[in-house]
Design a protein. Sequence first.
Length: 283
Amino acid sequence: MSSSEKLISQAFIQAQKILPQHKLSRLVGKIAASEQPLLRTAVIYAFKQKYGIDLSIAEAEEISRYPSFNAFFTRALKAGTRPIDPEETHVVSPADGAISQLGTISAGQIFQAKGQSFSVEQLIADPQLAQPFEDGKFITVYLSPKDYHRVHMPFSGCLTETLYVPGELYSVNQVTAENIPNLFARNERMVCLFDTDLGRMAVVLVGAMIVAGIETVATGKVKPTGHIELQQHALQLEKGDELGRFYLGSTAIVLFEKNKVEWSAQLTANSEVQVGRQIGQTI
């Protein structure tokens, strides 16, 4: 990285520390939820053009069919667009996007980026619930603005707990991953915990700057409270079922216990993935 690039990156980091992250994100959320026809159409069209959104694979191909930007952003895809790998021993991607990192949780630490890690206990925000994942496996999937923004089950399981964890709202990208310590364990997030045939599994939906909301099938859209909220559930979800969605993009982190899965050998940081495609194999 050149000296000018380093300066730009540092300025970007400092700006996020100064900006009112939550107020800005909630303001964007109000605009995204607006059903005012001119505003809605203008925002959707501009976003579609900027990021090259392919609506030919969406259930609704015409912009006019979306009552708000939120509806457009969390759009459903046509049936069969994301077939789910049927092999019972295969773990599949929870989202469309790119792998940020993947590997083993070593000494309780999850690798974030060069020089940066965070603990599984910090991520889950409950020592007892985090304990099963010590020395287990993790995979972090980043959803860019152009991606499909529903999160699906990587493996069948029964949802037993959700924890809403308040936090900051830093942008999630390579620059912040390399420069913000404990990034994913600092940002606002929803932790979803499951009982599976492989033991415990977690899917963590991590918020980010201007992410105007996180929603799960068990809790509905999250209402920030400023404190950790633990809810109990008994909801069976099959591999490929929708688990939740982001109102603007961010990151999904999947955790398994030790000696339960191996990630596919061809996957590395920056590998592109799609919902339903194999990313791992049970042991």
